[in-house]
Design a protein. Structure first.
Length: 226
């Protein structure tokens, strides 16, 4: 399982990279626009924070295949490192994906809502497909079930494409897509915090601290063996 940060907020990215075992960052036009800052400076800063070996997914904004390809190539040169261009699934997006794969540029096909969209994207050469879990749940389409069938399809046809599940509103959704074999998830920083939270964990930590202090007071291990 790969955990990917779903934000372009610099301070949140810094915090997540310091704490969690993150594989990279995903963005889209909505996420980028929320920062309301210079685009080039923003994505360069993100790359500097995560380094060249972590994934950076940036979505193309053009609609025609030719312009999508041009944007992808320019972005690859601009940010460097482990770069993926995100492309919404569409006829022009599939056309662009086929061209980009011949050029060696990695593609994440996004805005996936059906199993067939995912399968066709994979056959076109997408490295990742990104089904939207919560948005599917909101239209009673069971996002986790969609992911499970996409994973099964990829196994059946021995495809190398991976599932990057997206659009989460709670930890249960993340947990369930992990249980059905999603290769990666992209989650907002607040979901990262909730993934490791449990009140019993904090109760246990408090008990450890109280029991230690009952014998050793405010001294710590370094005070006792240094």
């Amino acid at each position: 399982m790969l955990y990917v940060i779903d934000t372009a907020h610099i301070e949140e990215i810094k915090k997540c990279v310091e704490i969690y075992p993150v594989a990279g960052v995903t963005t889209n036009p909505t996420i980028i626009s929320k920062e309301n800052t210079d685009f080039g400076t923003l994505i360069k800063t993100i790359r500097d924070i995560i380094g060249p070996d972590k994934m950076l997914h940036i979505q193309a904004t053009s609609m025609s295949a030719e312009k999508i390809v041009k944007e992808a190539m320019e972005l690859q040169q601009f940010v460097g490192g482990d770069f993926y261009v995100k492309i919404p699934v569409s006829p022009e997006g599939l056309k662009a994906t086929k061209i980009l794969k011949r050029s060696g540029i990695k593609v994440t096909m996004t805005a996936i809502f059906t199993q067939q969209q995912a399968l066709i994207s994979a056959l076109a050469g997408a490295d990742f497909v990104a089904p939207y879990i919560n948005r599917l749940d909101n239209i009673v389409s069971d996002g986790v079930h969609v992911v499970s069938e996409i994973v099964e399809q990829f196994k059946n046809y021995d495809l190398k494409t991976k599932v990057l599940a997206a659009s989460f509103k709670n930890v249960e959704q993340v947990h369930k897509v992990a249980c059905v074999g999603s290769h990666a998830v992209t989650v907002a920083p607040d979901i990262f915090e909730k993934l490791i939270y449990h009140p019993l964990t904090y109760y246990a930590i408090d008990d450890f601290e109280k029991d230690w202090e009952s014998v050793y007071g405010d001294k710590k291990i370094l005070d006792l063996i240094g």
